[in-house]
Design a protein around this ligand. Structure first.
Ligand code: ZN
Length: 286
């Protein structure tokens, strides 16, 4: 959409060629190819692709790599959605409606023969590099992070962090789960990470502090939202108060208004409210 520095992917070089983590959406595929070329590779060179989860901004280009024989590693719950994306596309269409093509481009099936199920704690060794799978729900039930000697690739479980702003939890429906998210943060901390590679956006050192700050933002969002939900359970009625709280918090934590605005683009408040309210509603009926 012409907005730079909103979605990242990560390349790890090995003696067996490049390993890619995430693809971004298919609508950005030409930028991904450009990035590969800058590193001396073509898309055909990528024989191993690791997905943190199957949301369209992370896995949208998986099928392009599968066409060239790449193995695609994914959480067990993500497997069937890649083989047959119709349900995934239908549920995304509910959210994005007529903007689907514009935002995400094509999402085609990935053949079963290309898929590798990534089990929790499983370790893969590719061209001299180790990759450990960490199932890490909270943002999505089928989320996996990947610990490598070059840092942990966190997808969205490591939060969104733009420029010198704070890490915040991206909360689109339908899987948001704050309790699971905190447990996932503990699992990431157990790896004693130095560097986190997050999808939105980039690589961040000071990983431990980042994860503690993220937990603080999850706690604050949950506390505020619980009160709001008890008082105003209707999402439409709650929106303006929710929006004001998010806006003020971002303005107080970000070094500039421009950075706070960029957060609002990467995680629209309306979607944030939907995801959080859905979680609170499910919790109430559990
Ligand atoms: Zn994302």
């Amino acid at each position: 959409m012409g907005q730079p520095k909103l979605i990242s992917v990560f390349l790890m070089e090995t003696t067996e060629g490049p390993v890619l983590f995430e693809t971004g959406p298919h609508s950005c595929f030409k930028y991904l190819e450009k990035g590969l070329a800058e590193n001396g590779y073509k898309k055909e060179d990528v024989k191993h692709l690791f997905l943190t989860h199957i949301h369209l901004d992370h896995a949208g280009g998986a099928w392009e790599f599968a066409k060239h024989g790449a193995k695609v590693y994914v959480h067990p719950v993500g497997v069937n959605h890649l083989i047959d994306p119709s349900r995934l596309v239908a549920s995304a269409t509910k959210l994005y409606q007529d903007k689907m093509d514009l935002l995400w481009g094509k999402f085609m099936p990935t053949p079963e023969k290309n898929l590798v199920v990534a089990a929790h704690n499983q370790a893969f060794e590719i061209g001299g590099k180790n990759i450990k799978v960490i199932h890490s729900p909270g943002h999505a039930n089928h989320h996996a992070a990947y610990a490598t000697e070059e840092g942990i690739v966190c997808g969205d479980v490591g939060g969104i962090r733009i420029a010198k702003g704070p890490p915040i939890p991206p909360c689109p429906p339908p899987d948001i789960h704050f309790d699971k998210w905190r447990e996932s943060i503990d699992l990431l901390l157990q790896e004693q990470p130095q560097i986190l590679h997050i999808a939105h956006f980039g690589s961040h050192d000071n990983a431990v502090q980042h994860l503690h700050d993220l937990r603080k933002e999850i706690d604050a969002l949950e506390t505020f939202s619980k009160d709001l939900y008890n008082k105003t359970p209707d999402k439409k009625e709650a929106y303006s108060e929710f929006n004001e709280w998010v806006r003020n918090r971002m303005l107080s934590l970000c070094p500039s208004k421009a950075i706070a605005d960029y957060y609002a683009i990467s995680m629209p408040t309306r979607m944030q409210l939907s995801g959080v309210y859905r979680y609170l509603m499910k919790k109430e009926t559990d």
